[in-house]
Design a protein around this ligand. Structure first.
Ligand code: AMP
Ligand code: GLY
Length: 426
């Protein structure tokens, strides 16, 4: 099979690495790709916002399957455009992608189908939103409705902060994404991510993960796309996974199907495990980044076969195998991230890092310059390790990090701390 992956981050490197191991793969392409992906796939400088260009490429190279990594092309209808031309594409339609593209859409779906989530209201003007905050009191959460690159959420500990967030959103800080907002109940508990593969009928649980969004050690500082992650998430016991599946994910998949928007692809549920049980924080319509990196090293089965079973609507007969060993990814970012960063610094020592037992180094934002690897983004590398315990995976990941010679980069030194603390107690 000839496969094209769309995207350029660490998630897409992990997907390409896993797809490249499939015995049924003939050629693998990635558009636009990055310096590490180039080891697994032929990188193609396509403008992926131009659906016509992607379609033309697929026809010319006889692409049998397109795998779309990031949310933006999914929300913009990449899968719909490809399928209209008879090109098979893995990922949800634009209609089903509203699960990530509109927080209000998801909350209303939860309300219609009785899915546990925080109480909320939607607003299109500031005064009514302010009045709601005053009536509910703090803590309370204010969210831009649309895609805001992870920056559209304010967890407000005071009414003052909530009102400032409302005024910012309606003041245009998030552009169109903030023209509507959701004001939502503050949920208390431990967060976990739950990933499933679904063909719109059958839901196949993948694995769980926990990520670290704040940039600094001890979960401090501004939020990022994710500075690291580990899988499985200890809070997601088998019983909790079953509840999340029955109470949240299955009613969502069935609800969307019954409303004429079947969801086919990867569904990523962000959950809060509260005293009353799992509640939905948000949905993403794709693999998480960097969570995908740990899921791919833990997946024993052939990802390409799993995707094909999903495309054929026969997941009900499919079974996925996983390695029991936990895995961890430590993100190395360019200094300044999540603010502005300089590009072009050289990264050395990558081969030494790969040589550490159980370690795979995924590239998130790099480019090649001959034999040299240069930083080319905010998040630059995802140093991934598996081990018999999270503690061992952590040791291996940081020993690989320490072999990477890149003074212009940094990472958190405490990825996995919750799970490591738990392991120390048992
Ligand atoms: P989101 O982009 O919706 O995942 O929100 C970003 C982060 O804000 C989440 O990972 C949570 O840590 C936090 N958050 C979002 N909604 C809530 C909520 N209702 N209660 C508590 N924390 C929340
Ligand atoms: N790591 C969070 C995300 O991919 O949205």
């Amino acid at each position: 099979m000839n496969v094209l992956v769309i995207g350029s981050g660490g998630r897409e490197h992990a997907l390409c690495w896993k797809l490249a191991a499939s015995p049924i793969l003939t050629s693998l392409y990635c558009a636009p790709g990055n310096g590490g992906i180039a080891d697994e796939a032929e990188c193609i400088a396509l403008d992926v916002g131009d659906h016509g260009a992607v379609i033309a490429f697929c026809k010319e190279r006889k692409i049998d399957l397109v795998v779309v990594g990031p949310e933006e092309p999914l929300v913009k209808g990449m899968v719909d455009s490809l399928e209209a031309e008879g090109i098979r594409a893995f990922g949800p339609s634009a209609a089903a992608s509203q699960l990530e593209a509109s927080k209000g859409f998801t909350k209303d779906l939860c309300r219609r189908h009785d899915i546990p989530t925080g109480a909320y209201e939607r607003f299109t003007e500031a005064e009514a939103a302010r009045a709601y905050v005053r009536a509910q009191g703090a803590p309370i959460v204010v969210k831009a409705d649309g895609l805001a690159a992870g920056k559209g959420v304010t967890v407000a500990m005071t009414e003052y902060e909530a009102i400032a967030a409302i005024d910012e959103a309606f003041g245009g800080r998030f552009g169109d994404a903030g023209a509507e907002i959701v004001v939502e109940e503050f949920l208390e508990g431990e967060e976990a991510s739950f990933f499933v593969l679904t063909d719109g009928k059958t839901v196949l649980p993948l694995a769980t993960a926990q990520d670290h969004k704040p940039v600094g050690d001890g979960d401090t500082g501004p939020n990022t796309g994710g500075m690291g992650a580990y899988s499985p998430a200890p809070v997601m016991t088998d019983a909790m996974c079953r509840r999340a599946l029955k109470e949240i994910v299955e009613p969502t998949v069935n609800g969307l199907a019954s409303e004429g928007m079947p969801f086919r692809g990867i569904l990523y549920a962000g959950l809060m495990i509260t005293a009353e049980g799992p509640k939905l924080i948000e949905y993403n319509i794709r693999f998480g980044d960097p969570e995908c990196q740990v899921l791919m090293v833990r997946m024993k089965s052939d990802l390409l076969l799993a995707i094909l079973a999903c495309m054929d609507g026969v997941l009900e007969k499919f079974d996925l195998r996983w390695y029991d060993d936990p895995a961890m990814v430590v993100v190395m970012a360019a200094q300044g991230y999540p603010g502005t960063v300089e590009k072009g610094s050289e990264i050395r020592g990558l081969a030494d890092a790969w040589a550490v037992d159980g370690v795979t180094v995924f590239h998130a934002g790099t480019k090649r310059d001959g034999d040299r690897v240069l930083a080319n983004g905010g998040r630059v590398l995802g140093v991934t390790a598996s081990g018999a315990s999270v503690t061992e995976a952590q040791k291996r990941a940081y020993s690989a990090v320490d072999r990477i010679d890149w003074p212009e980069g940094f990472c958190r030194r405490d990825i996995g701390w919750r799970a490591v603390e738990r392991e120390a107690k048992t």
